[in-house]
Design a protein around this ligand. Sequence first.
Ligand code: FMN
Length: 246
Amino acid sequence: MERAPADDAGSAGGRSIDRRCRVLSEHRYPSADVAAIERVIRERRDIRQFSAGQLPEGLLGRLVEAAHRAPSVGYMQPWRFVRIATSSNREALWRIVDQERMATAASLPTRAAEFLKLKIDGIREAAEVLVVALMPGREAHIFGRRTLPEMDLASTACAIQNMWLLARAEGVGLGWVSFFDPEAVASLLEMPPGSHPVAILCLGPVAEFPPVPVLETQGWGSRLPLDEVLFEDRWRAGAGGTPTAY
Ligand SMILES: Cc1cc2nc3c(=O)[nH]c(=O)nc-3n(C[C@H](O)[C@H](O)[C@H](O)COP(=O)(O)O)c2cc1C
């Protein structure tokens, strides 16, 4: 990527850039920490295959705390977490997901049988299951949402990503499941009107973190080259959406 031209690169401007760079580097983490952050971003995986066993003592709390440290539009902190503690609720969630899995297969234009062979959740096997929901009363929060109300969901996705990265660094798998009817989940968990479930998170020990996304290995997509997602100054003429594999 080209840098912006240094149009203030005269002696005074140059000095101020130098000072800015120095200030930035004073705040820089040690290189090993920066490398660790890049590594966890690269090696995070969506996990649906879990091994037996529990999370290490205290880790679930730290994972939720990491999520709760996420940025949020207008600082609204719209995320709420429901830990699924009973096997009856877990089974009911799994049934809701399985129903949606079938409905998705029926709505695919092609590859339905292949899709049905994919494992799309680890609800029954995971050590822990959390439902993440948007809180009720979000309409009262206007900062940053007047024209983009969906920024509540964007904030909650940031929270989940925080959890995802810490889980990976701790060697624990996390899978985000979104195959469900939100009304069915809301009703199962007695959620108040105005709340909205957006994720079922499965967490637990794993045998491996695949080096590439499972959907890539199984021919449902691949990482786009960077220059297909990064444009300069204006939308690149002719650039469209990511093609589907079905
Ligand atoms: C919002 C969201 C919802 C997702 N829902 C599901 C899901 O229901 N089932 C599933 O198997 N994976 C789900 N995934 C995981 C994606 O399939 C996965 O992120 C993608 O294939 C890339 O793989 P990676 O996360 O391992 O890099 C979801 C991911 C996101 C961000």
